[in-house]
Write a protein that binds this ligand. Structure first.
Ligand code: TXA
Ligand code: MG
Length: 340
């Protein structure tokens, strides 16, 4: 269930915590953020410490309205303006030339800053009441699954977060689309709810992936978004047979599929997340969290379709497979049907 409004008391407690340099978790339409006052470097450092996140991974600054951009951004290209007008508030993060006053801890010392104006009503209540920028990565330990419910944030961090605003389930469930607008080029750095075709409809040409001439590639440590249980991506046609053969060795096997199993097995925990990309994405992290806790030796995920509705899901699953398994995550490349 989505809960959209916080009480005035809850918002005041969260704003006080931010002003005191404490951390506040809050819902956005994508995933929960772990927020700190973006103008307080010591507070932002706490986010990195709590997440165990390397300083080289900069964080997104969330703001309430485009009129506050000047505080953070040196210049807005015509393309950036068009994208902001088309998709803000919403699940789009723009990487832009940073303004002088932005602290290095926020940007990882780069000359750019990532900015987002979220649309979630509770995030907007918080940003409006706080008035400043909130630096917030996803509210999970570094490399792990993002949190899409307040309980997930609690599981990740316990009481280390001063205030957790509970907005129920996030509407989209996958992190924002990240686009850089630098040096006259528009680049899609991380796929999300806003699709490549939608970006191209607004600005025309969009490059895919980071420009490798620029040293730091965002969000693209290959291993990321991972459960602790080894995860492999398996073609739909091989899924049932592989789950069966692996579980015959006495192991419990988890499956995340887009359909029901052909036959049920006691030792296989099978989740049918359906054939609709939006619903599959909405539930992805919650499903992986559940399966991760189910005491299984492996998680097998059915390969998803190739069309752009699945781009963000395919990206996250590929990274989850790298992060959670010793192999590349592709069962079929191993040939034998028995995973290491
Ligand atoms: O949906 C989202 O984007 C969520 C919610 C909370 O807003 N946030 C989120 O933050 O996913 P995080 O930190 O998990 O992912 C942000 C990504 C990181 O991979 C980071 O490297 C990249 O954005 N990033 C941040 N600043 C950047 C910059 N100046 N240049 C390039 N990439 C940047
Ligand atoms: Mg993250």
């Amino acid at each position: 269930m989505v809960k959209v409004r916080a009480t005035q008391d809850e918002i005041e407690a969260a704003v006080d915590a931010l002003r005191d340099g404490e951390l506040v978790a809050f819902p956005t339409e994508t995933v929960y953020g772990l927020g700190a006052n973006a103008s307080n470097p010591a507070a932002v450092r706490k986010v990195f410490e709590l997440k165990d996140r390397p300083a080289s991974h900069p964080v997104i600054v969330h703001i309430d309205q485009a009129k506050y951009l000047k505080r953070w951004v040196r210049e807005l290209s015509p393309d950036a303006e068009k994208l902001a007008a088309a998709f803000w508030p919403g699940p789009l993060t723009l990487v832009l030339p940073r303004a002088e006053a932005v602290h290095d801890v926020v940007t990882g010392g780069q000359d750019t800053v990532a900015i987002r104006i979220p649309s979630h009503p509770m995030a907007r209540q918080l940003l409006d009441a706080f008035g400043g920028g909130i630096a917030a990565p996803s509210a999970n330990r570094y490399g792990r699954l993002s949190a899409t419910r307040a309980e997930h944030v609690q599981d990740e961090f316990g009481d280390a977060v001063k205030v957790i605003l509970d907005g129920g389930e996030c509407q989209l469930g996958l992190e924002s689309t990240i686009v850089s607008c630098l040096d006259g080029e528009v680049r899609l750095l991380r796929p999300g709810a806003i699709k490549l075709s939608q970006l191209r409809a607004v600005v025309g040409e969009v490059q895919i992936g980071a420009n490798n001439a620029v040293p730091r590639v965002p969000g693209s440590a290959a291993a990321h978004y991972s459960p602790a249980t080894p995860l492999s991506i398996v073609p739909g046609g091989e899924l049932d047979a592989l789950a069966k053969s692996l579980s015959e060795g006495g192991q419990r096997i988890a499956v995340l599929a887009q359909r029901l199993p052909l036959k049920t097995y006691e030792t296989v925990t099978w989740v049918n997340a359906g054939k609709r990309a939006e619903a599959f994405g909405h539930d992805l992290y919650a499903n992986l969290r559940t399966l991760d806790k189910a005491g299984c030796a492996r998680i097998l995920v059915q390969e998803v379709p190739g069309d752009e509705r699945w781009d963000a899901i395919r990206d996250r699953l590929a990274r989850a497979a790298v992060g959670a398994a010793a192999d590349s995550g592709r069962y079929s490349s191993l040939g034998t049907g028995v995973l290491p």
